[in-house]
Design a protein around this ligand. Sequence first.
Ligand code: ATP
Ligand code: MG
Length: 419
Amino acid sequence: MTAASTGALFGAQCAVVGPLARRFAADGQRLYLVGGVVRDVLLGRIGDHSDFDLTTDAPPDRIRRLIEGVADAVWLQGEKFGTIGARLGAHTFEITTHRAEAYLSDSRKPVVSFSTRLEDDLLRRDFTVNAMAFDVVDETLHDPLGGQADLDARLLRTPLAPEESFSDDPLRTLRAARFLAGYELTAAPGLLEAAGSVAERLRIVSAERIRDELWRLFALPDPGVGFAFLDEARLLPLLLPEVSDRSVEQRAEAFRRSVAAEPVPEVRLAALLLEMPAPELDGRLRALRLSGEQRTKVLGLVSAVGRVRERTDDGWSDEAVRRLAASAGDQLAATVALATAAGVATGILQTRLGALRADGELDDLGPALGGAEVIDLLGLEPGPDVGEALAWLADLRFGEGRLDPDEEGRRLVAWWEGR
Ligand code: ATP
Ligand code: MG
């Protein structure tokens, strides 16, 4: 691709970033688009990106001075690492002073040193395809490490020797899995071996960074190649030992199940860990630093799939189907899909679900009467009796389906009087 046609690809980005970049230029500084956005534009993959990563030779205090006054909001949390965040209209910008950092061998934190040379900054990035910068003022692509050629050859390569790069920041091994899978790239020679050789060093990476990177892998349309990379590089024992401990066939089965699942991280993770008993599963999810909401979702899915698995096909009475639907809630479709992918016969379940859904039965699985009506009908004071009566009504609803409110009320009174 010629320089001119490359420049033309960045029209939309130039329009957004141009005014800010010219402000930097007027002050004798340079501001470049860098990293993922450059890669994605070159691949023609860019959609409506509204976040821009930028790098500049200006030191952090100067970035601050240059954007204060034009930005609608400014974030300074990253300032000591060289990053100033800003929002201008509908767009957010993360502007980082060029960095040339080296990692101390056993520290968890990088030593940050700023640089005025763009090349230093690009060299410390994870992969050549992520190490390109675009100057929106003179419309020049800066690609000293051959990222564009690697993109064309679909090659994932580190700027430095892979052992050195992965050892500097072992999280890059997980990022490798994500980019291989997400961009249909091939690992450069030695990349897999290098990832394997630093596997143990993943222990120095914070669980939060690992979780965030795994989450991005799980969200891909097809993470299969990434799973295989993590498995072959023997990174899996440090991430998901319960999966890596299984036989080759069982691992392949878990990966296949997860790939077939919806591209929702919690669902993908549940698919990998379906066999785990609840307490151990919860322990693993906590170790992975999932939020309470994320844990609830994964645990709920795994237990719902367990309930589907326990029933034989003819065990699917309407009541059993309603109870499953109520407990699975908005995870019902994911539950059935996961159970099916796990080899459970769900044909009859799906037929019964379809029939109940067509009758509108699954729209609302609660009783028609609420607490206030129960109090009224039975002449109760608020208290445990009301809870008991509501629980009885819920059972009635599961057992017999939707009743009209008058009928429900008559049944309730009859039960209450006959207790
Ligand atoms: P995506 O489009 O999925 O966000 P991305 O390439 O933008 O992918 P980010 O995690 O947003 O990935 O990182 C932005 C850029 O920062 C990368 O393109 C890369 O240049 C650099 N980078 C991010 N993480 C690392 C790392 N661990 N080591 C080196 N460089 C990194
Ligand atoms: Mg990004």
